[in-house]
Write a protein of this length. Structure first.
Length: 620
């Protein structure tokens, strides 16, 4: 996500003489990337790409906080100006009622609200209009502009209601019911999915699609005299899911879905009160409501200096490590020998959890450009046996090369498939893993087999070629219960058009020879999943254990995919092949005596399996 920050606004929070060019250079080097800087009048505007794991940087103040730690590392003085706190005063004469109920605290970890009266709606001061314009937001009026201004400055979205339009002075925050409707501020009527966060008033009207956009029925207009302001945090996953389901996203949603600091809520609220009183002639007309049932406990992380040196590859003095952490807002609890304990600042609570996170912070502020460029130590090839993961890459490449020489083309398909695709091959979609928020209806289930994708690709390409040979090596996903992750099994699946059962069998035999696999056999079997024709299927065994299947696709299945003609398919477990493959060929000495070759011909019944004949010959 990119944000626009003006230099003049940034230096309101950061006291420094650094030039815009130096700020852009050093911020990009140690933190967020500055895509470009643009001259606008007498000011400069930075376009900054902020990574999704750093929602604390989605604001002018967040960028200033980063620069306060970075610039001194390059010999440039920089001091962060703290946000001025506001002392709230409410008299008994102006207390307006407001009842707030939150049905599930997990929906809204922190909720604050306050009422203003004596509101005068009008244009914002020029400085606010200019800063909003430089950030790419159009000025509307002083009330809306304050909300947008503080969202950009502090990274905390907020929303305003016309207090007199909230029926019964009551707000109930709850989950939406599928099919409920809301007309949002942009004039669009939207049908809500189940599980969105909404607020309804005393008459049951939905007045806010929380974290995304307010409703028209409670909007502030030029006649507004009393305003309800609320500042809050929401469950990020719900906001993101709702945006995906509705197909639209706002500036506020982009921040809420990445996580907003609940401790920063009250800071934003206090500054909002001051700005409303100054720019809207507002008076506080009710007590500050602050619902915060479960404040997070302080997060303490233990860090070993030896671990820092080992991971970074450079010994950084302890004092410098401590200075870097303090400059980033980490609290120092204890230093004992080569160990220290720090507390994580509230604005980094969600993305700093383990010692390695702290080491990453130390490395980037110390400067990646200052770290030595050394090749990692490596063992001499051939001395140690490669690990299984490395072996898998080796053998997979060998399999791919072999199939290429036999005329096959490798394909790569999505790991997700549609319910229609599963049904075509006889699978019940309810038995497999369904994605909670699929991008499209074609990508709903994690595939339990590569066969549907292979058949779909053959169907799509049969018009351009009658001779199709394709294969794919990828994972399939087998459910292991609701509370467990699925089992991921790498498989090789290949398909050939026409009546080529015996050709496919020969290709498998040649593949096994290439892999150094000797004790394989094909055993006639019955089709279990009904994808293969009865009597035209063989189970593939290695060492007497099943590793896959070979067969001709049932004509009904081929018809479902609109495939004209026959298709032969084989499906093998990759790990079973790799575990039995031998890289080193065994030397067989030349016989001392010349071989005696006899050419024998036998007349046998057509139904006799070749494997039994070979077995009988070998037993002699």
């Amino acid at each position: 996500m990119n944000i626009l920050v003006s230099d003049s606004w940034l230096k309101e929070h950061l006291k420094t003489k650094a030039t815009p060019k130096k700020i852009a250079e050093y911020l990009s080097l140690c933190s967020q990337s500055v895509e470009k800087i643009t001259k606008v009048g007498n000011d400069w505007v930075y376009e900054i790409e902020v990574t999704t794991n750093r929602p604390d940087c989605f604001s002018v103040y967040g960028i200033a906080r980063e620069l306060a730690a970075i610039l001194p590392r390059f010999g440039i003085k920089a001091k962060l100006e703290q946000v001025t706190s506001y002392k709230l005063q409410v008299t008994s004469k102006n207390g307006l009622p407001l009842e707030v109920k939150i049905t599930d605290p997990s929906l809204c970890p922190r909720f604050t609200a306050i009422i203003f009266d004596n509101i005068k709606v009008g244009p914002s001061p020029k400085i606010i209009q200019d800063r909003l314009e430089k950030a790419g937001i159009r000025s509307l009026n002083n009330i809306v502009d304050i909300s947008n201004y503080l969202m950009l400055e502090l990274g905390q979205p907020m929303h305003t209601f016309d207090y007199d339009k909230i029926k019964g002075a009551k707000m109930i925050l709850r989950e939406s019911i599928a099919g409920e409707k809301i007309t949002t501020l942009d004039g669009q009527t939207r049908i809500l999915p189940a599980g969105a966060i909404v607020i309804k008033d005393g008459q049951g009207r939905i007045i806010d699609l929380c974290g995304i956009m307010g409703a028209e029925n409670s909007a502030v207009d030029e006649k507004t005299k009393r305003v309800l302001l609320f500042v809050q945090t929401y469950d990020p996953a719900r906001i993101r899911r709702t945006c995906q389901q509705l197909g639209f996203r706002t500036e506020a949603a982009s921040r809420f879905e990445k996580g907003v600091d609940p401790e920063g809520v009250i800071i934003a609220m206090e500054k909002a009160i001051a700005m409303f009183e100054k720019n809207c002639s507002a008076r506080v007309a009710g007590k500050l409501i602050d619902i915060y049932p479960s404040p997070p406990k302080p997060k303490i992380i233990k860090l070993d200096f030896n671990l820092i040196n080992r991971i970074i590859g450079l010994e950084i003095p302890q004092k410098e490590v401590i200075d870097i952490l303090k400059s980033l807002g980490f609290g120092l609890l204890q230093v004992t020998g080569y160990r220290l304990q720090v507390t994580v600042p509230h604005w980094r609570y969600n993305d700093i959890s383990i010692p390695e996170d702290l080491i990453e912070e130390i490395a980037r502020i110390y400067g990646y450009h200052r770290l030595p460029s050394n090749l990692p130590p490596a063992s001499i090839p051939g001395i140690e046996r490669p690990k299984f993961r490395e072996l898998r890459f080796f053998w997979e490449e060998k399999i791919k090369i072999a199939l290429k020489y036999w005329g096959f083309t490798e394909i790569a398909t999505y790991s997700m498939v549609s319910s229609d695709l599963l049904t075509k091959v006889g699978f019940d979609p309810q038995d497999y893993l369904k994605i909670a928020n699929p991008l499209t209806q074609d990508l709903v289930y994690m595939r339990p087999s590569l066969s549907p994708s292979i058949l779909q690709i053959i169907s799509q390409n049969q018009a351009s070629s009658s001779d199709i040979r394709i294969f794919e090596i990828a994972n399939i996903y087998i459910p292991q219960g609701e509370k467990n992750l699925p089992e991921e099994i790498p498989v090789l699946t290949a398909g050939l058009t026409s009546d080529r059962f015996y050709e496919a069998k020969g290709i498998l035999e040649a593949l096994f020879e290439d892999l150094g696999i000797k004790n394989y056999q094909f055993k006639k079997g019955l089709s279990v999943n009904k994808i293969f024709c009865p009597g035209k299927m063989a189970e593939v065994l290695i060492g007497g254990k099943p590793v896959g299947i070979l067969g001709e696709i049932d004509t009904a299945i081929a018809h479902y995919f609109d495939i004209a003609g026959r298709v032969v398919l084989f499906d093998l477990e990759v790990n079973s092949l790799i575990s039995r493959a031998t890289q080193v060929k065994k030397y067989t000495p030349i016989p001392s005596f010349p071989p005696i070759i006899e050419d024998l011909a036998f007349v046998i019944f057509q139904k006799v399996e070749t494997a039994k004949i070979i077995e009988a010959i070998k037993s002699v």
